[in-house]
Design a binder for this molecule. Structure first.
Ligand code: BT5
Length: 273
């Protein structure tokens, strides 16, 4: 990535500072190290190539050189918890939604793409995963020290991993856009601006509604499956996906007619039928 072009893209976005690495194990890991070493609030780690990009539950996230956007936004939590934006315990769950909502809006603004959010953290275009979000909290003893929002976006077609290695079909923006090439720096800039614009509002009705309206399979019958490592251990609940509650939990109307709230965790969401 051209460093000057990168600096131009990120100037004036509201970031305190940023770090670009040609190659790193994982931008989330680099962000954790930076937090420990005193990173300021609202800074960014970006890499061209991740050697050990991570998904949830220690899964791998594929990020070969020059073909993806891999970034981690660091939010430092003030020591005196009172009055900070993470007083609400649901905030961490809402941040996974923040990454997904912000990216979906950027793809619509820049390219007119209609992306859907496979709750809690995947972004789909035409039913294929083009991006994932990994939120990690960092604690100092019992005190929350910082939060890292990692976002990986598949830009070029050649990065899409072979189907047999995937839990869910994947695609790249290049494939979705067909006649034009996605602009990695333009997406990056708009994404940072959008993330920072939504951040103070993640516990508002407006934010929840922006998230809810983009939920994949809304109104349809789905099942939620608990995962142990990468193997499924059976459905927990089946029912109609109706929306989100104020904490970002998924609301299902079970087949027995009961309202069931699902917390993000080691879960897999799938359509039924
Ligand atoms: C995610 O996990 O979707 C979260 C991915 C977050 C990646 C970003 S990149 C920047 C930052 N630094 C990191 O180290 N991570 C974050 P999950 O829902 O657990 O999905 C992981 C699964 O997606 C894998 O087990 C594969 O099946 C599949 N997968 C791996 N690489 C993929 C890719 N590039 N595109 C689509 N699917 C992929």
């Amino acid at each position: 990535m051209d460093k000057e072009a990168l600096n131009r893209s990120l100037d004036g976005t509201g970031l305190a500072t940023w770090r670009y690495l040609e190659r790193v194990d994982s931008t989330n890991s680099e962000a954790a190290r930076w937090l420990e070493a005193g990173a300021p609030d609202i800074c960014l780690v970006l890499a061209n190539h991740q050697l050990a990009g991570r998904g949830r539950l220690g899964r791998r996230w594929h990020t070969p050189p020059d073909a993806a956007l891999a970034m981690s936004l660091i939010l430092r939590i003030p020591g005196d918890k009172a009055g900070n934006r993470f007083e609400n315990p649901a905030a961490l769950q809402l941040l996974a939604g923040l990454g997904a909502v912000a990216l979906a809006e950027v793809l619509e603004d820049l390219y007119g793409l209609q992306a859907q959010i496979k709750w809690p953290n995947d972004l789909l275009v035409e039913g294929r995963k083009i991006a994932g979000v990994l939120v990690e909290a960092h604690w100092l003893g019992s005190q929350l020290d910082g939060v890292v929002i990692g976002i990986g976006v598949n830009i070029l077609k050649r990065l899409v991993p072979p189907a047999e290695t995937l839990l869910f079909p994947a695609a790249s923006l290049e494939e979705c856009l067909q006649s034009m090439l996605p602009d990695r720096l333009a997406i990056l800039r708009s994404l940072v601006v959008k993330l920072l614009a939504w951040l103070p509002h993640i516990d508002t009705v407006e934010f929840l509604s922006a998230w809810e309206t983009r939920l994949a399979w809304r109104g349809e019958r789905v099942q939620v499956i608990r995962m142990a490592d990468d193997s499924e251990s059976g459905p927990i609940v089946q029912g109609h996906l109706t929306g989100l509650d104020a904490s970002g939990r998924l609301i299902l109307l079970s087949d027995a007619g009961e309202k069931v709230l699902v917390e993000a965790g080691d879960l897999r969401l799938r359509p039924v039928g």
